[in-house]
Every structure is written in structure tokens, then in C-alpha cells.
Design a protein around this ligand. Structure first.
Ligand SMILES: Cc1cc2nc3c(=O)[nH]c(=O)nc-3n(C[C@H](O)[C@H](O)[C@H](O)COP(=O)(O)OP(=O)(O)OC[C@H]3O[C@@H](n4cnc5c(N)ncnc54)[C@H](O)[C@@H]3O)c2cc1C
Ligand code: FES
Length: 267
């Protein structure tokens, strides 16, 4: 894995794509290793001491042709509000690429990608990377309401199953409800060796995806979005409880992508 480094780069575009969600596109330095789906960066959003810590965000896209990278973020507190105020040519201070990427499926395996809430970015990045090689790819994207779904879920990601908790668009219910229904209408549950799940979203969603994967006998990879401190393996601020003698893994260096069977999902 190439070493991460700090880069000072510039905003190309920062635009709203759904209610409270923005997409930030910025120059990707030519000397930097290309980010892979599942990897993340940390951004220092202000030169002042508020907020003090860099904030982690998953890459949502990388374009080799124009040398740009993107993240999709939700405005939540001080750092993301500062990010939402960035304009073209503003400086961006990033540390990247961080963490381990999603393991890619072989050409025989059908990938099923599931995103909820702020998990949308890394899942869209993976969908884009896999679509050309995996025509059977399925993408399931969920939000609380229609306004929370990004507007550009086009054919470039394969067939998209959209769902909303309040039923205002697409499937009514959670992405896990939609995943269960999708699995039950395909032969996947009886043909288990040929599919793999990739999930990113809130923890209850990841736990639900894990349980469904176990029921169907398929592998699931989850990208966790644990609150982080240093993001480089030094503070244990991102510890995830895992099965086995180590008991804890660092999401920032050993993750953020894990085989769901490694995680201890007990409350
Ligand atoms: C590996 C990784 C990848 C991430 N990728 C994305 C991404 O692609 N897009 C995105 O929008 N966010 C992502 N996040 C979460 C993002 O880092 C936080 O939303 C951000 O740090 C909030 O900063 P803030 O100062 O705006 O809000 P804060 O003031 O720090 O927090 C505001 C509120 O959000 C909650 N919160 C903060 N961080 C998290 C978190 N990690 N999970 C759940 N709740 C949280 C706090 O509890 C608080 O209630 C990722 C986190 C990690 C660890
Ligand atoms: S955030 Fe410090 S070890 Fe992961």
C-alpha cells in the first residue's frame, strides 16, 4: 500500500446534490497515489483551531483523465459547515490516501452494493469502478426521504434500487428491507458462492447486512465510519470490536473496510 502524505490542493467545484449533501471536487496532485474505492482522506477544514481535528471522508470518485477526486458529505457540525462554504480555487489541506480499499470481486461474482446516508460516497465510487466489468452489479441506495437521495443516480452505476424510509420515493423501507426482497426474488440465496455484498452506512444497517449475508451464506464487506482521532493508527480512537484474541481493530489502518464476519456485532 503506498504511503499517505499531506497535500495542499484546490477546490474545483462544491455543489449540493441532495438535502444537506454536497459533492466536493478538488484537484488530485499528480504525485499522489490514485485513491481506491473504500479508502478515505482527512481534511483540515480551517486554518483556525476550530475544529481542531482533521475530519475523515471517503473518496466518492477519482478521475485519472482530469486529475480530480471527490467526496460526498453531509453537513452536520462545524467542519462540514466550513466545507460547504468552500468555493472554486479555495485551498484544501488533505492527508491521503488512508485505509484499506474494498477487495474487488472476480469476474464470476455478482456484486451487490448497498449505501445508506453518508455511506453513499464510497459505494458510488465502487459501483463506478465495477460497472464496466460486472454488468450484473446491483446498487441499492437509501435515504430517509426522497430529498436525501442524490439526483444523479444514473445508468453509469448499473441498475439502481432506490428506497426511502418514508416511502416518498422508490421502495418504502430501509435498504436492508430492499436487499432482503431483492435476494428473495433472485436465485442468489441458493447460489450463494456467486455473489458478494458491499455495504456502507449507519451501524444498524451494517449489522443488518451482515446478518442477511450469514443467512444467505454470502460474504459481506462493510466500510465503517467510526468517529476518528488521529486517523493514522496512533490513538485507538477508532477502535472496532472484533472477534478473536486481538479484540479491537483500528478502523483507520486495519479498516475502514472489514469482512463483516470479523466484527463483533453484539451491542
Ligand atoms: C472512514 C470515514 C469515512 C467517512 N466518510 C464520510 C463521507 O463520505 N461523507 C460524510 O458525510 N461523512 C463521512 N464520515 C463522517 C464524517 O467524518 C463526519 O460527518 C464529520 O467528521 C463531521 O464533522 P463536523 O465537525 O461537521 O461535525 P461534528 O460536530 O464533529 O459532529 C456533528 C454530529 O455528527 C455526529 N458524527 C460525527 N462524526 C460521525 C461519524 N463518523 N459517524 C456518525 N456520526 C458522526 C456527531 O456525533 C454529532 O452529533 C466518515 C467518517 C469516517 C471515519
Ligand atoms: S483514529 Fe487514531 S488510531 Fe484510528
Amino acid at each position: 500500500m503506498p504511503a499517505m502524505a499531506r497535500y495542499l490542493t484546490a477546490v474545483l467545484q462544491n455543489r449540493p446534490i441532495a438535502e444537506d449533501f454536497y459533492e466536493l471536487q478538488f484537484n488530485w496532485p499528480s504525485q499522489a497515489p490514485a485513491p481506491k474505492p473504500g479508502q478515505f482522506l482527512t481534511i483540515r477544514t480551517s486554518q483556525s483551531s476550530v475544529p481542531l481535528l482533521r475530519r475523515p471522508f471517503a473518496f466518492s470518485r477519482y478521475d485519472h483523465e482530469d486529475g480530480s477526486a471527490r467526496i460526498i458529505y453531509k453537513v452536520r457540525g462545524a467542519a462540514t459547515a466550513q466545507l460547504a462554504g468552500k468555493r472554486p480555487f479555495d485551498a484544501v489541506d488533505v492527508l491521503a490516501p488512508l485505509g484499506k480499499p474494498f477487495p474487488l470481486p472476480d469476474s464470476e461474482t455478482r456484486p451487490i452494493l448497498v449505501a445508506g446516508g453518508i455511506g453513499i460516497g464510497p459505494i458510488l465510487f465502487l459501483a463506478r469502478a465495477l460497472h464496466a466489468h460486472s454488468p450484473a452489479l446491483r446498487l441499492i441506495v437509501g435515504a430517509r426521504t426522497a430529498a436525501g437521495l442524490p439526483s444523479q443516480l444514473s445508468g453509469e452505476y448499473g441498475e439502481v434500487i432506490a428506497c426511502t424510509d418514508d416511502g416518498s420515493f422508490g421502495h418504502s423501507g430501509t435498504v436492508i428491507d430492499a436487499l432482503r426482497s431483492y435476494l428473495s426474488t433472485t436465485t442468489l440465496s441458493t447460489n450463494s458462492g456467486e455473489s458478494v455484498l458491499y455495504l456502507c452506512g449507519p451501524e444498524p444497517m451494517l449489522a443488518g447486512g451482515h446478518r442477511l449475508a450469514l443467512e444467505c451464506g454470502i460474504t459481506a464487506y462493510v466500510a465503517v465510519e467510526q468517529t476518528m482521532g488521529c486517523a493514522v493508527g496512533a490513538c485507538m480512537g477508532c477502535a472496532v470490536r472484533v472477534l478473536g484474541p486481538e479484540r479491537y481493530a483500528r478502523a483507520c489502518t486495519e479498516g475502514p473496510v472489514f469482512d463483516s464476519r470479523l466484527i463483533d456485532w453484539r451491542e
